[in-house]
Write a protein that binds this ligand. Structure first.
Ligand SMILES: [Zn+2]
Length: 89
């Protein structure tokens, strides 16, 4: 019951939440690897480039939509980075 395995669906969700929390309290932006403030999802540049609805979703609490908002934001930023690279910027 108190297994730390990430194999089971529920356990994996917990593990994922932990790794998001580690990023959240760290100082490395998961999108651009630049420096960020602790207790934020992304650095200022990345955060400000997000569309407004995604920004407001990042103000949700853990377990109440933050994880989803984080994944969505990170996917959006990675996609944007790829687009910029394709254009040679
Ligand atoms: Zn960043």
């Amino acid at each position: 019951m108190a297994s730390n395995s990430c194999g089971q669906k529920k356990a994996r969700a917990v593990c994922e939440r932990r790794s998001i929390l580690a990023i959240f309290v760290g100082t490395t932006c998961p999108a651009c690897r630049g420096r960020k403030q602790i207790r934020t999802a992304f650095c200022g540049n990345c955060y400000h480039s997000l569309p407004l609805p995604m920004k407001s979703d990042l103000w949700r609490r853990f377990g109440q939509g933050f994880e989803e908002a984080f994944h969505e934001g990170l996917a959006w930023l990675n996609n944007r980075k790829r687009q910029l690279e394709l254009r040679g910027l």
